[in-house]
Design a protein around this ligand. Sequence first.
Ligand SMILES: [Zn+2]
Length: 279
Amino acid sequence: MSQAQHPGRSHEGPRADAFSAVSRRSVLTGVAGLCALLAWPRVDEALHPGGPGHETDSPALRRDVDPHGITRVRTSRPWVALTFDDGPDPRWTPGVLDVLRAYGCRATFFAVGSNVEAHPDLARRIVAEGHRLSNHTHDHLWLDRIEAAAVADQLTRGRAAVMAHDPAGGELVRPPRGWTSRTVARCTSDLGLRSVFWTACLESALHDGPFAAGTEVGEGLRAGDVLLAHDGGRVVGANPQDIDRSGTLAALPSLLESLRRRGLLGVPVQDLVAAGTPH
Ligand SMILES: [Zn+2]
Protein backbone atom coordinates (compact mmCIF):
# COMPACT_ATOMS: atom_id res chain seq x y z
CA MET A 1 0.00 0.00 0.00
CA SER A 2 1.15 3.49 -0.73
CA GLN A 3 1.39 6.10 1.97
CA ALA A 4 -1.45 8.00 0.30
CA GLN A 5 -3.78 5.22 1.40
CA HIS A 6 -2.99 5.88 5.07
CA PRO A 7 -4.51 9.29 5.76
CA GLY A 8 -4.74 8.74 9.50
CA ARG A 9 -1.35 7.41 10.43
CA SER A 10 0.84 9.66 12.46
CA HIS A 11 4.17 8.22 11.31
CA GLU A 12 3.72 8.45 7.58
CA GLY A 13 0.62 10.58 6.92
CA PRO A 14 0.04 13.03 4.06
CA ARG A 15 1.53 15.89 6.02
CA ALA A 16 4.84 14.07 5.89
CA ASP A 17 4.68 14.09 2.08
CA ALA A 18 5.42 17.81 2.15
CA PHE A 19 8.62 17.25 4.04
CA SER A 20 11.98 16.83 2.45
CA ALA A 21 13.69 13.47 2.85
CA VAL A 22 15.91 14.96 5.52
CA SER A 23 12.98 16.42 7.48
CA ARG A 24 11.09 13.18 7.13
CA ARG A 25 13.96 11.21 8.61
CA SER A 26 14.17 13.67 11.51
CA VAL A 27 10.46 13.19 12.24
CA LEU A 28 10.75 9.41 12.16
CA THR A 29 13.79 9.51 14.40
CA GLY A 30 11.99 11.76 16.87
CA VAL A 31 8.86 9.60 17.04
CA ALA A 32 10.83 6.38 17.44
CA GLY A 33 13.08 7.97 20.03
CA LEU A 34 10.07 9.21 22.00
CA CYS A 35 8.64 5.71 21.94
CA ALA A 36 11.89 4.27 23.26
CA LEU A 37 12.02 6.80 26.09
CA LEU A 38 8.41 6.25 27.15
CA ALA A 39 8.53 2.49 26.85
CA TRP A 40 11.83 2.21 28.67
CA PRO A 41 12.20 5.15 31.03
CA ARG A 42 15.29 3.79 32.75
CA VAL A 43 17.79 4.21 29.94
CA ASP A 44 21.18 3.54 31.44
CA GLU A 45 23.27 6.43 30.21
CA ALA A 46 26.36 4.79 31.65
CA LEU A 47 26.13 2.31 28.81
CA HIS A 48 26.10 5.10 26.26
CA PRO A 49 28.92 7.49 27.08
CA GLY A 50 28.51 10.64 25.08
CA GLY A 51 24.78 10.16 24.60
CA PRO A 52 22.39 7.50 23.29
CA GLY A 53 23.75 7.52 19.73
CA HIS A 54 22.34 4.16 18.75
CA GLU A 55 22.56 3.67 15.04
CA THR A 56 19.01 2.47 14.46
CA ASP A 57 16.56 4.64 16.38
CA SER A 58 14.19 4.99 13.39
CA PRO A 59 12.44 2.69 10.89
CA ALA A 60 14.41 4.19 8.02
CA LEU A 61 17.75 3.55 9.72
CA ARG A 62 16.74 0.02 10.68
CA ARG A 63 15.90 -0.69 7.04
CA ASP A 64 19.28 0.67 6.01
CA VAL A 65 21.27 -1.76 8.17
CA ASP A 66 18.87 -4.73 8.04
CA PRO A 67 16.99 -4.75 4.70
CA HIS A 68 15.59 -8.22 5.49
CA GLY A 69 14.00 -7.01 8.71
CA ILE A 70 10.21 -6.80 8.85
CA THR A 71 8.54 -3.48 9.65
CA ARG A 72 5.13 -4.12 8.08
CA VAL A 73 3.53 -6.50 5.57
CA ARG A 74 1.85 -5.74 2.25
CA THR A 75 -1.34 -7.84 2.38
CA SER A 76 -4.95 -7.92 1.24
CA ARG A 77 -6.05 -9.47 4.54
CA PRO A 78 -7.63 -7.16 7.16
CA TRP A 79 -5.00 -8.16 9.67
CA VAL A 80 -2.72 -6.32 12.06
CA ALA A 81 0.14 -8.08 13.87
CA LEU A 82 0.00 -7.67 17.65
CA THR A 83 3.36 -8.10 19.39
CA PHE A 84 4.21 -7.95 23.08
CA ASP A 85 7.79 -7.66 24.34
CA ASP A 86 9.83 -8.28 27.50
CA GLY A 87 7.67 -10.95 29.19
CA PRO A 88 6.51 -13.24 30.43
CA ASP A 89 5.74 -11.32 33.62
CA PRO A 90 3.29 -12.63 36.24
CA ARG A 91 2.10 -9.09 36.95
CA TRP A 92 0.96 -8.25 33.42
CA THR A 93 1.02 -11.22 31.04
CA PRO A 94 -2.12 -12.93 32.47
CA GLY A 95 -4.13 -9.72 32.08
CA VAL A 96 -2.93 -9.21 28.51
CA LEU A 97 -3.91 -12.81 27.68
CA ASP A 98 -7.38 -12.27 29.21
CA VAL A 99 -7.99 -9.15 27.08
CA LEU A 100 -6.77 -10.85 23.90
CA ARG A 101 -9.12 -13.77 24.56
CA ALA A 102 -12.07 -11.42 25.18
CA TYR A 103 -11.54 -9.84 21.74
CA GLY A 104 -10.74 -13.08 19.89
CA CYS A 105 -7.29 -11.82 18.92
CA ARG A 106 -3.98 -13.66 18.87
CA ALA A 107 -0.48 -12.22 19.17
CA THR A 108 3.25 -12.88 19.08
CA PHE A 109 5.05 -12.58 22.40
CA PHE A 110 8.70 -11.63 21.89
CA ALA A 111 9.84 -13.07 25.19
CA VAL A 112 13.10 -12.59 27.05
CA GLY A 113 14.69 -16.03 27.42
CA SER A 114 15.55 -15.58 31.10
CA ASN A 115 11.91 -14.60 31.78
CA VAL A 116 10.66 -17.68 29.92
CA GLU A 117 12.90 -19.84 32.10
CA ALA A 118 11.68 -18.06 35.26
CA HIS A 119 7.97 -18.36 34.31
CA PRO A 120 7.47 -21.53 32.24
CA ASP A 121 3.83 -21.71 33.34
CA LEU A 122 3.12 -18.41 31.59
CA ALA A 123 5.01 -19.51 28.48
CA ARG A 124 2.86 -22.64 28.39
CA ARG A 125 -0.33 -20.59 28.77
CA ILE A 126 0.69 -18.23 25.94
CA VAL A 127 1.12 -21.15 23.54
CA ALA A 128 -1.91 -23.09 24.84
CA GLU A 129 -4.15 -20.09 24.05
CA GLY A 130 -3.06 -19.99 20.41
CA HIS A 131 -0.41 -17.26 20.56
CA ARG A 132 3.17 -17.51 19.36
CA LEU A 133 6.36 -17.17 21.36
CA SER A 134 9.38 -15.64 19.65
CA ASN A 135 12.88 -14.55 20.49
CA HIS A 136 13.72 -11.25 22.24
CA THR A 137 17.24 -12.47 23.16
CA HIS A 138 18.12 -14.33 26.34
CA ASP A 139 19.07 -11.35 28.54
CA HIS A 140 17.73 -8.25 26.75
CA LEU A 141 21.21 -6.97 25.89
CA TRP A 142 21.75 -4.06 23.49
CA LEU A 143 22.87 -6.12 20.51
CA ASP A 144 24.47 -3.20 18.68
CA ARG A 145 26.88 -2.70 21.60
CA ILE A 146 28.28 -6.22 21.98
CA GLU A 147 30.67 -8.40 19.98
CA ALA A 148 29.40 -10.67 17.23
CA ALA A 149 30.04 -13.81 19.32
CA ALA A 150 27.94 -12.40 22.17
CA VAL A 151 25.18 -11.44 19.71
CA ALA A 152 25.11 -15.02 18.42
CA ASP A 153 25.03 -16.33 22.01
CA GLN A 154 22.06 -14.10 22.89
CA LEU A 155 20.17 -15.05 19.73
CA THR A 156 20.89 -18.77 20.14
CA ARG A 157 20.01 -19.04 23.83
CA GLY A 158 16.92 -16.85 23.45
CA ARG A 159 15.78 -19.05 20.57
CA ALA A 160 16.28 -22.22 22.63
CA ALA A 161 14.21 -20.80 25.50
CA VAL A 162 11.19 -20.00 23.32
CA MET A 163 11.47 -23.17 21.20
CA ALA A 164 11.13 -25.26 24.37
CA HIS A 165 7.51 -24.09 24.35
CA ASP A 166 6.85 -23.10 20.71
CA PRO A 167 9.03 -25.32 18.50
CA ALA A 168 8.24 -23.24 15.39
CA GLY A 169 8.64 -19.90 17.14
CA GLY A 170 12.38 -19.63 16.78
CA GLU A 171 12.55 -18.10 13.31
CA LEU A 172 11.78 -14.52 14.31
CA VAL A 173 13.69 -12.22 16.63
CA ARG A 174 13.12 -8.68 17.86
CA PRO A 175 16.35 -6.93 18.86
CA PRO A 176 15.81 -5.14 22.20
CA ARG A 177 14.64 -1.56 21.56
CA GLY A 178 14.98 -2.22 17.83
CA TRP A 179 18.69 -1.45 18.15
CA THR A 180 20.52 -3.34 15.47
CA SER A 181 23.59 -2.99 13.27
CA ARG A 182 25.10 -4.57 10.19
CA THR A 183 26.86 -7.05 12.49
CA VAL A 184 23.59 -7.96 14.21
CA ALA A 185 21.85 -8.29 10.84
CA ARG A 186 24.61 -10.62 9.62
CA CYS A 187 24.47 -12.76 12.80
CA THR A 188 20.69 -12.95 12.48
CA SER A 189 20.90 -14.05 8.87
CA ASP A 190 23.71 -16.56 9.58
CA LEU A 191 21.47 -18.25 12.17
CA GLY A 192 18.53 -18.39 9.74
CA LEU A 193 16.60 -15.79 11.73
CA ARG A 194 14.72 -12.68 10.64
CA SER A 195 14.29 -9.50 12.67
CA VAL A 196 10.86 -8.00 13.31
CA PHE A 197 10.51 -4.28 14.05
CA TRP A 198 7.22 -2.33 14.21
CA THR A 199 5.07 0.37 12.66
CA ALA A 200 3.34 1.69 15.81
CA CYS A 201 4.03 1.59 19.55
CA LEU A 202 1.23 1.64 22.11
CA GLU A 203 3.36 3.01 24.92
CA SER A 204 4.30 6.08 22.86
CA ALA A 205 0.74 7.40 23.29
CA LEU A 206 0.18 6.65 26.99
CA HIS A 207 0.84 10.25 28.01
CA ASP A 208 -2.76 10.96 26.92
CA GLY A 209 -4.15 8.32 29.30
CA PRO A 210 -4.89 4.66 28.55
CA PHE A 211 -8.29 5.03 26.86
CA ALA A 212 -7.18 7.83 24.55
CA ALA A 213 -3.92 6.02 23.83
CA GLY A 214 -5.65 2.77 22.89
CA THR A 215 -8.12 4.57 20.65
CA GLU A 216 -5.50 6.82 19.03
CA VAL A 217 -3.10 3.99 18.25
CA GLY A 218 -5.90 1.64 17.22
CA GLU A 219 -7.36 4.22 14.81
CA GLY A 220 -3.95 4.75 13.25
CA LEU A 221 -3.31 1.08 12.48
CA ARG A 222 -3.84 -0.18 8.93
CA ALA A 223 -3.93 -3.70 7.52
CA GLY A 224 -0.39 -5.06 7.44
CA ASP A 225 0.92 -2.94 10.30
CA VAL A 226 2.88 -4.35 13.25
CA LEU A 227 1.97 -3.06 16.72
CA LEU A 228 4.58 -3.00 19.48
CA ALA A 229 3.37 -3.22 23.09
CA HIS A 230 4.78 -4.72 26.29
CA ASP A 231 3.50 -7.47 28.57
CA GLY A 232 6.76 -7.58 30.55
CA GLY A 233 8.10 -4.97 32.94
CA ARG A 234 10.93 -6.66 34.76
CA VAL A 235 14.24 -7.70 33.22
CA VAL A 236 17.27 -8.66 35.29
CA GLY A 237 20.92 -8.71 34.26
CA ALA A 238 23.18 -6.17 32.57
CA ASN A 239 20.34 -3.82 31.54
CA PRO A 240 17.89 -4.18 34.43
CA GLN A 241 14.46 -2.60 34.21
CA ASP A 242 11.30 -2.71 36.29
CA ILE A 243 8.48 -0.88 34.53
CA ASP A 244 4.82 -0.57 35.48
CA ARG A 245 2.80 -1.89 32.52
CA SER A 246 -0.62 -1.14 34.02
CA GLY A 247 -1.08 1.64 31.42
CA THR A 248 -0.52 -0.82 28.58
CA LEU A 249 -2.98 -3.27 30.08
CA ALA A 250 -5.58 -0.53 30.59
CA ALA A 251 -5.15 0.76 27.02
CA LEU A 252 -5.47 -2.61 25.31
CA PRO A 253 -9.31 -2.92 25.36
CA SER A 254 -9.87 0.42 23.63
CA LEU A 255 -7.19 -0.45 21.05
CA LEU A 256 -8.76 -3.82 20.25
CA GLU A 257 -12.25 -2.23 20.25
CA SER A 258 -11.02 0.25 17.64
CA LEU A 259 -9.65 -2.57 15.47
CA ARG A 260 -12.92 -4.52 15.78
CA ARG A 261 -15.02 -1.48 14.85
CA ARG A 262 -12.96 -1.05 11.70
CA GLY A 263 -13.06 -4.72 10.71
CA LEU A 264 -9.41 -5.43 11.55
CA LEU A 265 -8.23 -8.57 13.36
CA GLY A 266 -5.15 -8.92 15.56
CA VAL A 267 -2.99 -11.91 14.60
CA PRO A 268 0.54 -13.22 15.35
CA VAL A 269 3.18 -11.64 13.13
CA GLN A 270 3.90 -15.12 11.74
CA ASP A 271 0.35 -15.28 10.33
CA LEU A 272 0.64 -11.80 8.81
CA VAL A 273 4.00 -12.62 7.19
CA ALA A 274 2.52 -15.81 5.68
CA ALA A 275 -0.36 -13.78 4.22
CA GLY A 276 1.61 -11.15 2.36
CA THR A 277 4.93 -9.57 1.47
CA PRO A 278 6.98 -8.27 4.39
CA HIS A 279 8.96 -5.09 3.99
ZN1 LIG B 1 12.48 -5.30 25.04
